[in-house]
Design a protein around this ligand. Structure first.
Ligand SMILES: [Zn+2]
Length: 242
């Protein structure tokens, strides 16, 4: 079991992740949440308290320790898990490789899902991780329901398959990763992919995917540039605008 200071650090990280997602427009007002695995059967999850002010103003106090079934694992002092806590608990339970889960509502992703626009590798160097995500294929859970029961989360996870992400049609996204930072960066890559897909679709053109010979030229820039540095940028930008 993590010591108390570790838990506090993780609470701060989850709150920071929420602020980043809000700053980048992937969540709005009080909707959306981030979780982080704690041992085998618990998680830290962004909950809602009596003075809820939305994801943009998340603090470590908003991040509560829960069992994976959503029941509290620490003192109940007025904080409640979001209705969609099974997205987190079931995903962490069924995908042991994930250490963190993001559930967000990026408008561009939702618009693409409503319009039936497939997220394809239509660009290359503009955003290589987002292109790779499209190349691997982004699964879609076709029901626009609020995922407030484990059976609905199981349906979503069946649609997600072995992917790290899933679009929830007319609703948002679920993204899992080893760490909170990776889950947030991947969510924002998915948002970038959808934003460009939407922008291109608005021209009325249906572009070809980037040819194989060009994709083969795209380097793996490594996690320091693609993830760590990008995370530092996101957190600094959110802090600068707070
Ligand atoms: Zn939702």
């Amino acid at each position: 079991m993590p010591v108390e200071e570790d838990l506090d650090q993780l609470r701060s990280l989850v709150a920071e992740a929420c602020r980043v997602l809000a700053h980048r427009g992937a969540v709005d007002t009080v909707l959306g949440h981030v979780s982080c695995r704690v041992g085998e059967d618990r998680m830290l999850l962004r909950c809602r308290g009596p003075h809820e002010r939305g994801l943009r103003f998340s603090t470590a106090t908003d991040v509560r320790l829960l069992h994976l079934d959503g029941t509290p694992a620490e003192e109940d002092d007025g904080y409640r898990p979001p209705n969609e806590h099974p997205i987190h608990g079931e995903t962490l339970r069924r995908r042991p490789e994930f250490g963190a889960v993001v559930h967000a509502h990026p408008p561009a992703v939702v618009a693409c899902s409503i319009a039936g626009l497939e997220l394809r590798p239509i660009f290359g160097s503009w955003n290589i991780p987002a292109m790779r995500m499209a190349e691997r294929g982004v699964p879609v859970y076709q029901r626009s329901v609020l995922i407030r029961r484990p059976d609905l989360a199981a349906e979503m996870l069946a649609a997600m398959g072995s992917s790290r992400c899933c679009v929830l049609a007319g609703h948002g996204v679920t993204v899992g990763a080893a760490s909170v930072e990776e889950a947030v960066v991947a969510t924002l890559d998915l948002q970038a992919l959808a934003s460009m897909t939407l922008a291109v679709a608005s021209t009325g053109r249906h572009p070809e995917v980037v040819p194989e010979r060009d994709l083969a030229e795209l380097p793996d820039l490594g996690s320091e540039l693609n993830m760590a540095a990008v995370w530092r940028y996101y957190t600094a930008a959110a802090a600068a605008d707070s």
